[in-house]
Design a binder for this molecule. Sequence first.
Ligand SMILES: Cc1cc2nc3c(=O)[nH]c(=O)nc-3n(C[C@H](O)[C@H](O)[C@H](O)COP(=O)(O)OP(=O)(O)OC[C@H]3O[C@@H](n4cnc5c(N)ncnc54)[C@H](O)[C@@H]3O)c2cc1C
Length: 503
Amino acid sequence: MDSSLNAARRARELAQTADERLDVLVVGLGATGAGAALDAASRGLSVAAVDAHDLAFGTSRWSSKLIHGGLRYLAKGQVGVAYESAVERGVLLRHTAPHLVRAHPYVLPLTSGVSRAQAALVMTGYRLGDGLRAAARTPRRLLPGPTRLTASRTRTLAPFLGEDGLRGGLLSWDGRLLDDARLVVAVARTAAAHGARVLTRCRALELTATGARVRDELTGAEFTIRARAVINATGVWAGGLDPRVRLRPSRGTHLVLRAGALPGLLAGLHVPMPGESNRFALVLPQADGRVHVGLTDEPVDGPVPDVPEVPEEDVTALLDVLNAILETPLPREAVAGAYAGLRPLLDADGDAAGSPGTGTRTADLSRRHAVLADGPLVTVVGGKLTTYRRMAEDAVDQAVSAGNLQAGPSRTARLPLVGAGPQRADVPPRLAERYGSEARAVHELVKAHPEEVGLGVTEGELLWSVRHEGALDEGDLLDRRTRIGLVPEDRAAALPTARALLH
Ligand SMILES: Cc1cc2nc3c(=O)[nH]c(=O)nc-3n(C[C@H](O)[C@H](O)[C@H](O)COP(=O)(O)OP(=O)(O)OC[C@H]3O[C@@H](n4cnc5c(N)ncnc54)[C@H](O)[C@@H]3O)c2cc1C
């Protein structure tokens, strides 16, 4: 079946879905929900997946884009969680998304703020992480081992570092996503290629044992989707549909610096957070030239907003951490944009999580995911982007058994996502990097519509998103299919073109 998502397919499949009884209804199209739709559809089940907004509207687009091997969990003694992360990283790098996930180098500059004992401890951790890589059978040619760098080599990778007191650096490698929202789009399109109906702008109002009451957010029409099992994958909003789930969201903010703000940066940086021995800020160069700097961790109370706000104190705090290692500190104006996401952390107090289907203790739940089943109503929450596939598999296993569905085991560990096929050499490298095996087809559209919209993106690419990637409005185009919108000025400049292309 065709993987293309667009307004015409949405309208057609929405009409069909209201009439039928499906095997599985998935609610939420972040990484987890899209993954569940793919997992279920590729087992031969009939599936619809709805999102109140767009693909990757929630937390999945606000991540640091690390596909990590679980080192931080190892440091906390959570060996199982760390191993699961390392295995899933290998699956993405080797089999399912080698076009979207690559190995990336990270340097911890050894400044006066990092003691020799701390550096030795970090290096031991890196070596254990390399052991996890080996245990997960990810070859070293894909993820090289850690090494120590001289001060001059460290400055080759990050020339703007202050020279004073810099005694070298620690180099390590981990997985990194080109773009988190693009991963979700690729997973959702692969699900559609296996027959899943991927329906954005459809909000679940209420979940029942026999399906859900849903509202088409484009028309206001309400209808029922009937299904033998329902998977609630609404992340930080999950408690709104399943009262058993109590979350304690935590805000993670990133700054966005324009290309050129940190000239010559060739690696990600780990920067020690002042006063903390085992927490590091991240300086993350992006494929589009911008640099993201994260990451705060602040508990958030009250209702969960659609798009979290970034308070000015988060900006100041991150800028201070970054400036501590720069030869020439950056002024506030260097911060061109900022974004925040809410981590869907499960409340570990009391019985908030009910009895997790994965058999995990509640105290571990903020680290691992939980699958909560109440008859054919399954909620999957927690976890991380790196392990979305495993979360989806566990949720669908639970749905299959609770809904008494006829299906074999999960196939997704070896199922390449859209774009993961062989790449052609005769397309511009930027397109090859973003679109993988689809780059040639995108290039044809780009040749016909070469006008640049911003950040190197052309009108042809926006048209591709409208015709094949399910973009329905300018927000979909600028904030999720491309990330132009992360800098408000760039978004305003591109908006008229995006609007014109949609009409
Ligand atoms: C700041 C930050 C940085 C992170 N960095 C990393 C990282 O580098 N690596 C990593 O592996 N993990 C990272 N994570 C964790 C990871 O991003 C999340 O665990 C993951 O994206 C959650 O995905 P999800 O699909 O479960 O939820 P979401 O992406 O939030 O998806 C939920 C979806 O449900 C939809 N929805 C909500 N209510 C309804 C309704 N009633 N009806 C229909 N749809 C609805 C929403 O619109 C949304 O699209 C980070 C998290 C944060 C906050």
